[in-house]
Design a binder for this molecule. Structure first.
Ligand code: 5AD
Ligand code: FES
Length: 351
């Protein structure tokens, strides 16, 4: 198996069959071998720097009904809120003072936030903070919408592909959502000129090793700037309430694989990873991740943006996430840096 990891590091790709073999033959020893290789690649490109993005969860309304997500429209127990543009700008003010130079505006697919309103929002943030990057994460839109946000100043867009296997996609989503439209969105975003993030849940219901191999081949084909992966965690008010969570071990293993496959990719150690294990994000960094996304949402709404159960950083006890993460990164010998953290310019593509 180590030879497969060596091949992945050398050639940045394995076949579908090889990926499955690697995934099905994980051992703690192989994990350590992979993490060391991945850490080295990460050190070569990013040193011990950890990039931060301030996450602002601006609306918990969603018109979609994904079976896994606590914000699905059929969840009548979800507490819905919408931040006003003024409240969002207040979050940015607080974030800027803390050193954030990227703001991620994330929300459900909320029809209240029309293209016009989203453009005005992006414009207002960029006008106040021209030195900051604005990342949108607001779901599936038509190309014209994506173009309009870009023209208003949005720099980046996050849209997880969720799964690259059409049959699996159909088991996670109702029939009005399709893998085809999801991927159309991603290619439109890239074509328009965004720095684009895709990604998937690890251990989602019905996910097989073959599905994960499909995801990895999709990542290679799409070549995103960022890849967000985290374990699936059941939410008690969804159809997947009784499904088991994804594992820490497989998530870390995939972070390592993705680092070797896409050496310069921006790879967050996600909140979901921090939720399934108290040191999940630290372990993620040590497996090859290089980004963390602390919560900048106002305290009073943090407990209402619940995609899954037991989400961290939602209660009153949540200390300032920025300080908490800086300390956590320091404890493993890494440091949070405060520049925009753009994807590196490809002057030296393979190293
Ligand atoms: N567990 C883990 N991740 C989830 N997401 C949505 N619901 C869950 C869940 N139950 C992820 C999806 C989505 C992102 C914003 O959060 O991948 O794209
Ligand atoms: Fe939010 Fe630690 S990152 S409290």
């Amino acid at each position: 198996m180590k030879s497969l990891i060596d091949k992945l590091e050398r050639e940045h790709l394995l076949t579908h069959t090889e990926f499955i073999r690697l995934l099905e033959n994980r051992t703690p020893e192989l994990d350590e071998y992979l993490f060391e290789r991945a850490r080295n690649v990460r050190l070569r490109h990013y040193g011990r720097d950890v990039y931060v993005r301030g996450l602002i969860e601006f609306t918990s309304y969603c018109k979609n009904d994904c079976y896994y997500c606590g914000l699905r429209r059929s969840n009548a127990h979800a507490q819905r809120y919408r931040l006003t543009p003024e409240e969002i700008l207040d979050c940015c003010d607080a974030g800027y003072a803390l050193g954030f130079r990227t703001f991620v505006l994330q929300g459900g697919e909320d029809p209240y936030y029309t293209d016009e309103k989203l453009c005005a929002l992006v414009w207002a943030v960029k006008k106040r903070y021209p030195d900051c990057a604005v990342t949108l994460s607001a779901g599936e839109k038509n190309r014209e919408g994506y173009q309009a946000y870009f023209d208003a100043g949005a720099d980046r867009y996050l849209l997880r592909h969720e799964t690259a296997n059409a049959t699996h996609y159909g088991k996670l989503h109702p029939a009005d959502l399709s893998l085809q439209n999801r991927q159309r969105c991603l290619w439109d975003l890239k074509d328009i000129g965004y720095q684009v993030g895709c990604g998937f849940m690890v251990g989602s219901p019905y996910q097989s090793a073959a599905c994960v191999a499909d995801d990895l081949l999709f990542l290679h084909a799409f070549n995103p700037h960022m890849v967000g992966i985290g374990p699936f965690i059941p939410h008690h008010n969804t159809p997947f309430a009784a499904q088991p969570a994804g594992s820490l071990e497989l998530t870390l293993f995939l972070l390592g694989i993705i680092r070797l496959m896409l050496p310069k990719v921006l790879l967050p150690a996600t909140t979901a990873l921090g939720t399934i294990h108290p040191l999940g994000r630290e372990k993620g960094i040590l497996a090859g991740a290089n980004v963390v996304m602390p919560n900048l949402s106002p305290r009073d709404v943090r407990g209402k943006y619940l995609l899954y159960d037991n989400k961290i950083c939602t209660g009153d006890e949540a200390a300032e996430c920025r300080a908490c993460l800086a300390q956590r990164m320091q404890s493993i010998g890494y440091q949070v840096v405060t520049h925009r953290g753009d994807y590196p310019v490809t002057s030296n593509p393979t190293n």
